[in-house]
Write a protein that binds this ligand. Structure first.
Ligand SMILES: [Zn+2]
Length: 195
């Protein structure tokens, strides 16, 4: 989606590091397009923004414990803040664990992600975050018509809007575009009338 959330996540990381703070950057393992593998076979998960910023992150598979990761990292050198990109792909359990960490270990946890998928349904991670986050900030982006984009529309390789399919599709030729709900609905009507 054409939002700047990854850039915002990386800028937030930079702001903390500029103040001498140690950041634990994590990312759900669902999206591994930007991973690289070194000579020893270790996978490096990269958080990459469209404006060119990139940083290495720790990948979180669906069964991974953010609490265990935090405790092992913190034992080596204290962690001051946890930043998660693509947090919509977290499981509800991982979000619960992050909330417990924030409360019990007194470490700030900042999650950046999408609210809803291309069918306008909440992602599981986002749903749980909306339920228990202490505060939520909207990162605004603009629709092609100039209104605020609220929908993450998916298009196929022919540019036709898609309204059914798997919630998470990675590595295909589909592309995403942030749109206002009105433009999104108009495109669906136009597509359906053309059939
Ligand atoms: Zn619009």
């Amino acid at each position: 989606m054409g939002s700047s959330k990854t850039a915002q996540a990386l800028m937030t990381k930079f702001n903390y590091e500029e103040k001498g703070k140690r950041v634990l950057l994590v990312k759900p393992a669902t999206d591994n397009r930007d991973d690289t593998i070194d000579e020893e076979g270790r996978v490096h998960t990269i958080v990459r923004s469209r404006i060119g910023l990139k940083q290495e992150a720790v990948a979180l598979a669906p069964g991974d414990s953010i609490g265990a990761l935090y405790r092992s990292m913190n034992a080596k050198e204290p962690v001051d803040v946890i930043i998660c990109d693509e947090c919509q792909f977290l499981t509800a359990e991982q979000v619960n664990e992050m909330k417990d960490l924030a409360d019990e270990s007194d470490v700030p946890v900042l999650c950046f992600g999408l609210r809803a998928d291309f069918m306008t349904q909440l992602f599981p991670g986002s749903k749980r975050l909306f339920e228990i986050a202490d505060s939520i900030t909207e990162i605004k982006s603009v629709c092609r018509c100039g209104r605020k984009a609220t929908v993450n529309a998916r298009f196929d390789e022919n540019g036709e809007i898609i309204t059914e399919g798997d919630q998470v599709l990675i590595g295909g030729n589909d592309r995403y575009e942030g749109m206002c709900y009105r433009c999104y609905r108009n495109l669906i009507r136009r597509r359906d009338n053309g059939r």
